[in-house]
Design a protein around this ligand. Structure first.
Ligand code: KIV
Length: 271
């Protein structure tokens, strides 16, 4: 078992304490029971049922098509595999942007139906009142700023954000506003490392970076990317910790060969 595993359930309190003590927070995505179980066994702190499931599970180009029902379906499978990690669920596109009451109902639905530990939504100042209302109901909310993929049609590209002074200042301001609104943590996606450092030092809640450099309080990656399963996607911030696509293809080739050559199943594998 990993040195970084301690069997107490991860809560928002554990995460605040990690920031205070300078212990980095590890986070990955999962969309199914088996993956979630393995990540939990390996000692991950946060499992995000990201709306990236739209891309890596459903094969869509953007995160926009995934629905509330689909997020709930996948989260139910994930939480069944998890004992220790905190499971956070992305609120999908248009589940919180329309109005605060609908956002509130949808956040409540996620918590009631999935056994997750919190929800995540994208944006800064413009979602602050929504964050306040949801957190006041006792639902932990994680923010998400910088490159927010649900706004891809507004951004026009997946390039890094916060590179000009005005946008950088807005990101710092937004982070403080989200903290005041009650968010327990903020994902910083694809912003310069120095800006992520400034944000991290400006707020007391933990920042979780993806493509945001080493100064964040924690790091998150999309699991199929870091396991080398998503072979057509290799941005600079994704480190491959395995090449599972190769392992899988070779295993399936071996199986196909064995079946064709009548090497599988053997007598021992039969009844
Ligand atoms: O949907 C997702 O996987 C995410 C991470 C990239 C942070 O939001």
């Amino acid at each position: 078992m990993s040195t970084y595993t301690d069997f107490r359930k991860i809560t928002t309190q554990t995460l605040f304490l990690s920031k205070t003590k300078g212990i980095k927070i590890s986070a990955l995505t999962a969309y199914d029971f088996i993956t979630a179980k393995l990540l939990d066994q390996a000692g991950i702190d946060i499992i995000l049922v990201g709306d990236s499931l739209s891309n890596v599970f459903q094969g869509n180009e953007t995160t926009l098509p995934v629905t509330m029902d689909e997020m709930i379906y996948h989260t139910k499978a994930v939480t069944k595999g998890v004992d220790r990690a905190m499971v956070v669920v992305d609120m999908p596109f248009m589940s919180y942007q329309t109005n605060i009451d609908e956002a509130f109902r949808n956040a409540g639905r996620i918590m009631k139906e999935t056994s997750a530990g919190g929800v995540k939504l994208e944006g800064g100042e413009r979602v602050a009142e929504t964050v306040r209302k949801i957190t006041q109901a006792g639902i932990p909310v994680m923010g998400h700023m910088g490159l927010t993929p649900q706004s891809i049609h507004q951004f026009g590209s997946y390039k890094a954000r916060g590179k000009d002074e005005e946008e950088a200042k807005q990101i710092i301001k937004d982070a403080k506003i989200l903290e005041q609104a009650g968010a327990f943590s903020i994902v910083l996606e694809k912003i310069p490392a120095q800006l992520a450092k400034t944000v991290t030092e400006s707020i007391s809640i933990p920042t979780i970076g993806i493509g945001a450099g080493m100064h964040c309080d924690g790091q998150i990656l999309v699991t199929p990317d870091m396991l080398g399963l998503n072979v057509d996607f290799h941005p600079r911030f994704v480190r491959h910790y395995a090449e599972l696509a190769e392992v899988m293809i070779q295993a399936v080739k071996n199986y196909v060969k064995d079946v064709k050559e009548k090497q599988f199943p053997s007598e021992q594998e039969s009844y």
